[in-house]
Design a protein around this ligand. Structure first.
Ligand code: FAD
Length: 318
């Protein structure tokens, strides 16, 4: 079923949903299931699965020279979506990225998803390769998420890259996209970023999931600004509980978000990470209660491979 249908069927009740990461290469899928099993108590109607592109690593050879190797640390997004649908009978939302794919490869990947009975995708530009510093599209690939949305919409209309295909079966993907309450790091300002967010929606995206944030005021302002410029689709807030002392600065650096002073001070004052987890859970519960009151369609929790804090939060809310 489509994400938008799940949201509609909820009749204004806030849903519980999660995002999971494929296990590290070599790890078993059981690790993922062990993390997910307890969260099924809260009946997430859909689960997002992230996509991780290749990275370059440099290995020292016997002659002392460095050899550049390409590796993907977390392969398996599509297989994991199928396995989750099979085990839990819930819908999945694979993340589809522009980076590393030609349009032809994207089309083929989407055909695989269609055959697996996957009805939803989150269309993203994707993170740049770390060593490249900035996002570089493939030649004949999509540059922006809006280009990817356009390609998926064409497939939903039965228009594939091969013009000679006649009477092709249209796909029926429900398309979600990312939004940034504190603006995307590469955007010169929030107004410009929102202009491109609107473009994604105007092209056919049916809902938005936000980057994590720790200050609800930023989310409320973002939603108001979206509505002002005519973005009417559901906006789902992304929530991540802080679990370690280091995350105060790591999350701020990696995701380009602010950690409110009150939260940063509380984390700083913690004796150990067990105390940080407690602070993180309490903060996320407070945030979530306010967001539910605001009427958000779903609370979307970033598990990042750890379900324990999310379980504790959900137990108090759902
Ligand atoms: P876009 O919408 O393409 O925007 C990227 C930048 O370009 C923005 O600054 C925007 O303002 C600007 N822009 C957009 N369109 C245009 C245009 N036409 N002309 C000029 N400028 C434009 N990354 C992964 O690799 N894998 C994942 O699984 C993943 N999941 C994510 C899930 C969520 C909910 C979020 C919020 C992010 C996720 N990311 C993931 C990270 C994401 O890929 C990066 O943040 C990426 O840098 C931007 O992706 P986007 O889809 O928002 O890009």
């Amino acid at each position: 079923m489509k994400v938008t249908e799940h949201l509609k069927n909820a009749n204004g009740k806030t849903l519980f949903t999660i995002e999971v990461l494929p296990p590290l290469k070599g790890d078993s899928i059981q690790t993922l299931f062990s993390n997910m099993d307890p969260l099924m108590e809260f009946k997430p109607p859909f689960v997002d699965v992230t996509y991780h592109r290749e990275e370059y690593v440099y290995k020292k050879r016997e002659n002392g020279l460095l050899e550049k190797q390409v590796t993907r640390k977390r392969p398996g997004t599509v297989g994991i979506c199928a396995a989750i649908q099979n085990r839990y009978k819930v819908d999945t939302v694979p993340h589809i990225i522009c980076g590393g794919f030609t349009q032809e490869e994207t089309e083929n990947a989407l055909i695989d998803l269609q055959f697996l009975g996957i009805d939803n995708v989150l269309a993203l530009q994707g993170d740049g390769i770390k060593s490249e510093g900035r996002f570089v599209p493939e030649s004949k690939g999509n540059r922006y998420a809006s280009d990817l949305v356009e390609q998926i919409v064409h497939m939903n209309q039965g228009r594939f890259l091969d013009d000679d295909l006649e009477n092709a079966n249209p796909t029926r993907f429900c398309i979600g996209v990312a939004g940034y309450p504190e603006k995307h790091f590469a955007a010169p300002n929030l107004k410009t970023d929102l202009k491109y967010l609107k473009l994604k929606v105007d092209l056919g995206a049916e809902y938005i999931v936000t980057q994590m944030f720790f200050d609800n005021a930023r989310f409320f302002d973002f939603v108001a600004k979206c509505r002002e410029i005519g973005i009417q689709v559901p906006i789902i807030p992304g929530i991540k509980p802080i679990t370690t002392k280091a995350q105060s600065s790591v999350l701020a650096t990696v995701f380009h978000i602010d950690i409110p002073e009150e939260l940063a001070d509380a984390v700083e004052d913690c004796k150990d990470n067990a105390a940080v987890k407690q602070v993180g859970v309490e903060w996320a519960v407070r945030q979530s209660k306010e967001l539910i009151k605001f009427g958000v369609p779903s609370l979307h929790f970033y598990s990042m491979g750890k379900s324990d804090p999310i379980y504790k939060i959900a137990k108090q809310l759902f």
